[in-house]
Design a protein around this ligand. Structure first.
Ligand SMILES: Cc1cc2nc3c(=O)[nH]c(=O)nc-3n(C[C@H](O)[C@H](O)[C@H](O)COP(=O)(O)OP(=O)(O)OC[C@H]3O[C@@H](n4cnc5c(N)ncnc54)[C@H](O)[C@@H]3O)c2cc1C
Length: 457
């Protein structure tokens, strides 16, 4: 098993060309910095609004989290529906869940609009519960889906065996309107579509700072009226906003192609994309060429400050998978790669203005659908501030966190983010201001005025 991102390998066949670095001073309406899912969708939306856009990407478009991801397209990310209900109440959860739902739809529509070849496939999602606590998680997810009127099918242990034979799975919940893609081909396909729409895209172009109305790169600069910054693993030298994000590490591996018998050992009734109920969960799906894409991690390395390139953790994930599916012991995994997903302290993205009134940041989007929604949202609200009304109470930088910034300065990012993330996932209840607002407006969401001039760090 070699250390290499499988999706890079698939690019070798693709008809997309690398865009050379920026080597001069250019001007535009909006400079988008970062060409992951969020930045690409911000640029797409701006170009649809008739703006002159320049996209600056340090690597290649999709070259960081987006192009390392497993390509599951589901509104489910690190925060499950029942956790959103606990945190925001039923109507708040509906609004929040609606954002990645729109993200899934946006990606689907973009593939259709630009005929992007990225192995887009419909794949139902199946969340499986391990042990009794996992069965309880499934039950509470089912209860929340029912409360919100979302369709799903639940399985007890015996019924689950007919759709997924994994040992130790006690229950499962399945729903549709979810898909999978090759995320690198999607990013590069969308880049091509942007170029065709007149957006200027520069790859291998790192923005080192934004200063006096210009994004400064190593070889050039872009003067713009507005900036949308969608970068990951931000260094403190770039902006003090860097303290608002950290990352969670996960690993992926891909197998040799499975034969039909192997596939039916896992999925006797057809393919589904799966993840389990553990805190550091495993996730898997089939690719169109019948390879098994399997991911997971370990509690010890989730908050590690750097990529861990050794295969130790992914080998454990593979061994665990093979224990659950003993008839697949012979399956060989050919490539693996680590990836760190940027996240905020409460696992909800932060989209707000920092540093200057014309510099908007899109931070910590956990999940491809979240990132596509947030990129589009950041672009829209630049020119249509009313767009802000429904979502800025969830995404604005006004939020307070369990471990506040001053304490983070003492305990460090790793401890602060692990405690904050756990609190957001398992304990955080209706934010007081949220329930008050919901109550006052009988479930309707009022506007919150934005102070674009405020310095919030
Ligand atoms: C292993 C793994 C598996 C995952 N699986 C899934 C999955 O199955 N489904 C799902 O929905 N999500 C998944 N995710 C999460 C998902 O990939 C991310 O949440 C999403 O891609 C975030 O998109 P983004 O645009 O915000 O960030 P990124 O994709 O990280 O984009 C940021 C971009 O900014 C660029 N950049 C950084 N600094 C600079 C700079 N100074 N100047 C210019 N450019 C810069 C980077 O090169 C990068 O391209 C996974 C992530 C990983 C790592």
């Amino acid at each position: 098993m070699i250390l290499q991102n499988w999706w890079y390998t698939t690019l070798l066949d693709a008809s997309v060309r690398h865009q050379p670095p920026l080597r001069k001073r250019l001007k535009c309406d909006v400079a988008v910095i970062g060409g992951g899912m969020a930045g690409l969708h911000a640029a797409l939306q701006l170009s649809r609004m008739g703006k002159k856009v320049i996209l600056l990407e340090r690597n290649i478009c999709g070259g960081s989290s987006t192009g390392k991801s497993a390509g599951f397209l589901t509104p489910d990310s690190e925060l499950e529906l029942n956790q959103l209900v606990r945190r925001y109440g039923v109507e708040g959860a509906r609004s929040v869940w609606g954002m990645p739902v729109q993200g899934v739809e946006l990606i689907k529509q973009t593939i259709k609009d630009f005929k992007i070849e990225c192995d887009f496939r419909k794949q139902d999602s199946l969340f499986v519960g391990i042990g009794n606590s996992g069965a309880e998680d499934v039950a509470s997810e089912a209860k929340s889906r029912k409360k919100l009127g979302f369709a799903s099918t639940t399985y007890n242990r015996d019924k689950l065996k007919k759709v997924n034979t994994g040992l130790g799975y006690e229950a499962g919940i399945r729903y549709d309107d979810t898909y999978s893609i090759n995320p690198m081909l999607y990013a590069q396909g969308l880049k091509k579509a942007l170029l065709n729409s007149g957006v200027q895209v520069f790859e291998s172009t790192e923005v080192v700072r934004i200063e006096d109305g210009a994004a400064i790169t190593h070889l050039g600069s872009v003067v713009a009226e507005n900036f949308i910054v969608c970068i990951d693993k931000m260094k403190p030298e770039f902006s003090s906003v860097a303290k608002q994000t950290y990352h969670a590490q996960t690993f992926l591996s891909i197998s040799e192609p499975l034969d039909d018998k192997d596939i039916s050992e896992i999925f006797p009734d057809g393919e589904v994309q799966c993840w389990d109920s553990r805190l550091v969960y495993s996730y898997y799906r089939l690719t169109p060429d019948k390879r098994l894409l399997l991911g997971g991690g370990s509690a010890l390395t989730t908050f590690s400050p750097h990529d861990i390139n050794s295969p130790t953790i992914i080998n454990k994930v593979i061994a665990d998978f093979k224990q659950r599916f003993p008839k697949l012991q012979h399956v060989a995994f050919v490539q693996y790669w680590p990836g760190r997903i940027d996240t905020t302290k409460d696992i909800m993205p932060i989209i707000d203005w920092f540093d200057a009134p014309n510099v908007q940041y899109v931070l910590g989007c956990v999940g491809l659908p979240w990132a596509s929604f947030c990129g589009k949202y950041a672009a829209e609200r630049l020119y249509e501030p009313r767009m802000c009304q429904k979502y800025c109470m969830f995404l604005g930088a006004h939020r307070s966190f369990f471990v506040p910034s001053w304490l983070q300065g003492i305990v460090g990012k790793m401890i602060s983010f692990s405690l904050n993330n756990a609190y957001a996932k398992y304990f955080e209840k209706d934010m007081p201001q949220m329930s008050q607002i919901m109550h006052t407006h009988k479930g309707g969401l009022p506007s919150i005025s934005l102070n674009r001039k405020s310095e919030k760090t």
